[in-house]
Design a binder for this molecule. Sequence first.
Ligand code: NDP
Ligand code: 8X3
Length: 251
Amino acid sequence: MTKTILITGATAGFGKATAEHFAAAGWNCIITGRRSDRLAELATELKNNFAVKIHTLCFDVQDREAVFTAINSLPIEWQSIDVLLNNAGLALGRDSFELANLDDWDTMINTNVKGLMYVSKAVLPLMIAKKKGHIINIGSTAGKEVYKDGNGYCASKHAVDAISKAMRIDLLPHQIKVTAIHPGAAETEFSLVRFKGDDQKANVVYDGYKALEAKDIAEIVYYVSTLPAHVCINDLVVTCLSQANSFYLHK
Ligand code: NDP
Ligand code: 8X3
């Protein structure tokens, strides 16, 4: 039977690459994000290239009501979700704690932490009813080690690490898998967003080495999603060859 994945943050980066990878493998995809034009464009691309069904949901994961309204609006034929990829997220700014912007902190916590919890809470009843499902949370190496000037972002990704562990325990009786994937530096729109459109600052992040690509993460999401039913990868840290952890990058 055709499987279905719901991807948050499918309009760019890891989420978009994951939608492309899963659609190519014959999965139906529910793609979500705030930019409706990009969602429509991706839906057309996937439907034109692959024999799969695509459903779009446009909402901001920070908006609790919008999250529940969107998920509760799913037509019956879209309510059987095999995999939820909690990927929507961002970093904003890279400043010392005393200089960091309070609005940036709010947005990161509201998106990366509360948004992930809202979407999971909204989708879970559909998985619990089937006693089957898989939640995959995109954390970060920033959720494993705290680095200088990473304060708010690192806090939000440490929370993703903790929430993933907590979910795995609480969802055991429901036989729902929980996997956390923690990538290191990957060349997407991430740094452009972090540095608020300053492409010079963003490009420096990826200068002098071969960073991860979005499709690398898509392949890993596919791998963990297609293991035998009794196997669950709990926690996976992935970096490019030039990166050892948050502190050591060989350029
Ligand atoms: P991109 O900026 O390329 O993509 C981010 C995606 O998240 C977009 O589709 C964006 O969609 C969506 N998004 C952001 N805020 C919201 C929101 N409030 N509501 C709904 N969707 C939102 O970045 P990446 O693909 O690199 O990032 C994806 C995830 O991976 C993030 O959680 C990030 O923290 C994490 N990560 C990234 C790494 C990297 O180096 N690139 C490394 C480790 C982790 P839209 O704007 O349309 O809403
Ligand atoms: C993104 C990786 O090193 O910019 O989560 O925090 S890093």
